[in-house]
Design a protein. Structure first.
Length: 176
């Protein structure tokens, strides 16, 4: 049950850290095997999603063969896959607009440094708080604040042709 409900999300997150599909798959598999083997020793957690992200990131970044950490070269394909509905003409138009905005934001995000991409992804698309992001990425809380601030400044510059309202709307749209 835990595996089925989180595998797609973990797989996408792993690919934001490295383009090595085999490393992502192996890390996820190893993580779940370790969780199963240590299940009696695990304490309760408020957020299993947070725990899984943190463990997966550690497994990928500490893997001896990993040369592609933090998303360098990995595409943010989730930004390009949006809902598509043909039930009515207005829904189709709305969906196409949303896809266009999402692609614009996706392209802008890929122009940010990998660390900024990861912080934005964890904060706005996975809804982790700053403390959780700091722990997942193994950086200080102040670094999270600074990186988010730099990310928003960078996105504002990259999207300067768009209004502040559209930037805000883009960041709160789900990636499903």
């Amino acid at each position: 049950m835990l595996y089925k409900s989180h595998i797609e999300m973990l797989y996408r997150y792993g690919h934001k850290l490295t383009a090595d599909t085999q490393l992502v798959e192996d890390s996820i598999q190893d993580m779940f095997i370790e969780l199963w083997n240590s299940r009696k020793r695990l304490s309760d957690t408020d957020s299993i999603k947070y725990y899984l992200f943190r463990v997966l990131r550690r497994k990928i970044t500490q893997h001896p063969l990993n040369r592609n950490v933090a998303g360098a070269g990995a595409e943010i394909s989730a930004f390009e896959h949006r809902f598509f509905s043909v039930s009515t003409e207005s829904e189709l138009i709305d969906t196409e607009r949303e896809q266009g905005r999402s692609r614009v934001l996706g392209r802008a995000l890929t122009q940010l440094p990998p660390r900024q991409q990861e912080v934005v992804n964890l904060r706005y698309y996975h809804e982790f708080n700053h403390q959780q992001i700091a722990e997942i990425m193994n950086i200080s809380l102040q670094s999270v604040h600074n990186t988010l601030q730099k990310s928003m400044k960078g996105l504002r510059e990259l999207l300067s042709g768009y209004s502040e309202i559209i930037l805000t709307a883009l960041l709160i749209l789900p990636l499903t």
